[in-house]
Design a binder for this molecule. Structure first.
Ligand SMILES: NC(=O)c1ccc[n+]([C@@H]2O[C@H](COP(=O)([O-])OP(=O)(O)OC[C@H]3O[C@@H](n4cnc5c(N)ncnc54)[C@H](OP(=O)(O)O)[C@@H]3O)[C@@H](O)[C@H]2O)c1
Length: 333
């Protein structure tokens, strides 16, 4: 099968299409023909190996000392082409969307995943590309906002509202009944309002933390805000969420929580299949959608990485491996 291999850690040009073996399947696993995958900010950080200090060594040992020993990519949508003898949840021909997490492997034509993984039936009203981009943004936004106990009437500010986590956070906070303020650049005002934001603030023109408004929750969904800055706009008893925490944030957290009487959430929620199911239900009910900026062909992966790395994508970037309307391979893996 074709796979996008990172020949070393480094710039997008380290990526190269190679022919590799189709993954071996265990009894509890299924083989998935990947129709679409994604390029996320996290993929670029993994490719460069740009990791926070506190996880650098264990992750490097896991990923490979001199070069990545795994095929990158964690989000995918596709079709089950073979199931192991112990698999009961899915059958051959099922359309699914999945988060492969530390198994990675989504930058390829096929991946083998355990049926107990973060996998659900693909939302019926989405293309494979739209379904592939849901997992990281959707699961992180849902997990963090649930942990923050967002309730109807709460005022929630999403910083970096136009990114992958941000676009899902705006929609999910609104579904939870919050009044959402989106912080993004002006070119994205129309988009964030179309998905549920009531107010929009241009981070290049205005400092939201000095505007005299206080929020039940401030969610830095892109990791570009300054910790103490965001915290000052949170009401007493409210919550500050940082999706991309630095080591110093972990050190500050207990002191800041005590002194300021505000909750601070830094650790990403553990992804669960129930949460993916919840997202699927919201999507099929027409309450949640994917914002896609660009779709690239598999062969254009380097170009896609160059684009995402600039840090200004609108929502998500998908990679089309098999055309939605194309023919399946009939499970000839
Ligand atoms: N905690 C976790 O579990 C977890 C999971 C996944 C990812 N992450 C991390 O979260 C970070 C963001 O991920 P993402 O994929 O959501 O980001 P992303 O989609 O790459 O973010 C791009 C968006 O950020 C906006 N942006 C850029 N600079 C900004 C600034 N200074 N202020 C406000 N908005 C700005 C851009 O809008 P403009 O064009 O308008 O600037 C663009 O729309 C990454 O570092 C990633 O590793 C954490």
């Amino acid at each position: 099968m074709k796979a996008m291999i990172a020949t070393s850690y480094g710039p997008p040009e380290v990526l190269e299409i190679q022919d590799v073996e189709v993954p071996q399947m265990e009894k509890n696993e299924m083989l998935i023909r990947i129709y679409a995958t994604t390029v996320t900010a996290g993929d670029c950080e993994t490719r460069r190996f740009d990791m926070p200090t506190y996880v650098w060594l264990p992750l490097r040992l896991f990923m490979g000392i001199r070069k990545p020993k795994r095929i990158l990519g964690t989000e995918l949508a596709g079709v089950v082409v073979k199931v192991g003898s112990q698999v009961t949840r899915f059958q051959k021909g099922d359309s699914i969307f999945a988060f492969s997490g530390f198994k990675f492997g989504a930058y390829a034509e096929y991946v083998a995943l355990p049926e107990s993984g973060i996998i659900s039936g693909k939302p019926r009203n989405m293309s494979y590309e739209e379904a592939a981009v849901v997992q990281i943004g959707g699961l992180n936004a849902l997990g963090f906002l649930r942990e923050a106990n967002i309730s109807p009437g709460h005022k929630v500010l999403i910083y970096g509202a136009s990114g992958s986590i941000g676009t899902f956070a705006v929609q999910i906070a609104k579904i939870m009944g919050a009044e959402v303020t989106a912080v993004c650049s002006e070119r994205n005002f129309e988009m964030v309002k179309s998905i549920g934001a009531v107010h929009a603030i241009d981070y290049t023109q205005e400092d939201y933390a000095k505007a005299g408004e206080y929020y039940d929750c401030v969610f830095d969904a892109v990791g570009k805000d300054v910790f103490f800055h965001g915290l000052q706009a949170v009401k007493k008893g409210g919550c500050y969420i940082q999706a991309s925490p630095k080591f110093r944030h972990i050190l500050y957290k207990p002191w800041m929580q005590l002194l300021k009487r505000k909750r601070i959430l830094l650790m990403p929620p553990t992804e669960t299949v129930n949460d993916l199911e919840e997202l699927r239900v919201l999507i099929e009910a027409g309450k949640l959608r994917s914002v896609i900026d660009r779709i690239y062909a598999f062969e254009e992966m380097i170009e896609a990485h160059r684009y995402v790395e600039k840090g200004h994508k609108r929502g998500n970037v998908a990679i089309r491996i098999v055309d939605d309307r194309g023919e399946e391979d009939g499970g000839q893996a």
